[in-house]
Write a protein that binds this ligand. Structure first.
Ligand code: AMP
Length: 473
């Protein structure tokens, strides 16, 4: 769970990178960083906190250059240490390299041990540095960045959308299963890649298309080119991007996230109708679902929980107690909308159950008579190894409970999770083309101790296809 962006634009990139990261802020609030290249030197700035706190106008004005990359971080692999803040920057054989990654590798330890065995050192605990090591090793050997990416992709197992700046040329590649989102846009005087289309929109750039699974994109001042490095027998787009993680206005792999959530709202009513006075969402993550539920049921949508917009996502709080307290500061019930009412409360997911339990308590204290909880995802049964920050099985409330036990534990009047079939239908891909690991415990890649249904990946020896300036959309 991170957001990445890379831009080459003759008009300068620092402000554009800043706004793109701003648009991707929901993908990571722990730290932010930007690196730019001015033709001779690398300029970089990164720090802990939100994009608006890390960068000031004077910092941005020092980030010179017409190429740059940026990153917002939500930690998955690697602790919350200053050295883990991305982009990671390197100087190698007089080349300036900067690298940022969204995703999570599952063979980091193996590769890292191999390098350490050979006497190499690491300065971070991230899997991103493992990617950098492989790339530098191969660039050192062959001198060819494209070949290095090919070899690197053969070695990596896991989810990765990567943006690398090499002396001002941007290379962007996406894992063969396309687990994490990645898209391409046309800026006024150049091109960009970003985790979500909302970053392209924020720059008033033109959305071109998604980076294909297994594809390598190269952007320089002359234009953009692409080549297919790997082809897999299926895709495995992260289903949780559609459920929770991506912004509702993002279009991911051709699908508008808002529409998926709204349709699920309709299906939640069809699957388990209930009579109630109003439909209320847990803002903001439950809102599109709740609107769909209200449309499908004809029950009015009434905002009964007000969100303090200046708070980050409550998951950030490290302890359970702090998280519980944070819910009250983040959401305030409106007693006038709840007193003696039967309410359908709609949210995207239940993970630990902390949030739902606390919200239901608050709604009852505010006078709600019945709280019918409806959830836009199936029960979350298993951890995510591929980039979403999910707790262990022990912490997941549904990992060892049936729905009625969860209902009892969160004190809802009734509880219904959307079925996996309905969710898959709303997204519109074949079930085999989605990673449903957190819902089914079966993953698209081999993971120690877990069930998996991996597929064959072929690596190709093609070269960059599109001619300069004639990039197909
Ligand atoms: P809880 O059941 O208390 O653990 O939290 C569930 C709430 O957290 C839901 O309302 C989701 O919107 C949100 N949520 C789900 N997954 C994540 C995640 N990986 N990181 C942050 N928030 C999440």
């Amino acid at each position: 769970m991170c957001g990445i962006v890379g831009i080459v634009d003759a008009g300068g990139v620092s402000i554009q990178l800043y706004y793109a990261l701003y648009a991707l802020q929901h993908r990571g609030q722990e730290s932010a960083g930007i690196s730019t290249f001015d033709g001779t030197n690398l300029h970089k700035f990164k720090g802990n906190g939100l994009v608006a706190d890390v960068f000031s106008p004077s910092v941005l004005s020092d980030l010179h250059g017409t190429a740059g990359i940026g990153h917002v971080r939500y930690p998955t692999t690697g602790a919350n240490l200053p050295e883990n803040i991305q982009p990671l920057n390197f100087q190698f054989k007089e080349h300036f390299i900067s690298l940022a990654h969204n995703g999570n590798l599952v063979n980091t330890c193996e590769i890292r041990a191999e390098y350490e065995q050979a006497g190499q050192i690491f300065t971070t605990t991230t899997d991103t540095e493992v990617i950098a090591k492989i790339l530098m090793d191969e660039i050192g050997r062959s001198g060819c960045v494209e070949d290095a990416v090919r070899i690197c992709m053969r070695r990596l197992l896991g989810s990765y959308s990567v943006v690398m700046m090499f002396d001002g040329i941007i290379y962007a590649f996406r894992d063969p299963l396309g687990i994490k989102p990645f898209c391409i846009g046309k800026t006024e005087n150049g091109y960009m890649v970003a985790s979500e289309s909302v970053a392209v929109d924020a720059l008033s750039a033109k959305f071109l298309r998604d980076v294909k699974p297994g594809e390598l994109i190269r952007i320089d001042s002359e234009g953009i080119r692409c080549t297919q490095v790997a082809v897999a027998g299926k895709r495995a787009h992260c289903i949780f991007e559609y459920i929770y993680f991506a912004r509702a206005d993002a279009i991911i792999d051709g699908v508008l996230v808002y529409d998926v959530r709204r349709q699920i709202g309709h299906k939640l009513f069809e699957e388990d109708p209930v009579r109630a006075d109003s439909v209320c969402s847990v803002p903001d993550s439950g809102t599109a679902y709740a609107i769909g539920y209200a449309e499908g049921s004809g029950i009015p949508f009434v905002e009964s929980l007000m969100k303090n917009r200046y708070m980050g996502r409550t998951f950030i709080m490290p302890t359970q107690k702090e998280r519980e307290k944070a819910v009250r500061i983040k959401l305030n019930p409106i007693p006038a909308h709840l007193k003696n009412k039967s309410v359908v409360l709609v949210d995207d997911s239940i993970v630990r159950g902390t949030t739902s339990k606390r919200i239901i308590e608050m709604m009852r204290e505010a006078g709600a008579r019945e709280v019918h909880m409806r959830i836009g995802s199936p029960a979350i049964k298993a951890p995510c190894y591929l980039g979403v920050d999910m707790p262990t099985r022990e912490e997941l409330i549904a990992s060892d409970k049936i729905e009625d036990e969860v209902r009892h534990s969160i004190t809802a009047t009734t509880l219904h999770h959307i079925s996996l079939d309905a969710l898959v239908e709303a997204i519109g891909f074949e079930r085999e083309d989605l990673c449903t690991g957190c819902l089914t415990g079966c993953y698209p890649l081999p993971i120690d101790g877990e069930q998996a249904r991996p597929c064959k990946v072929d690596f190709l020896d093609s070269t960059f296809q599109s001619r300069l300036g004639s990039f197909e959309a």
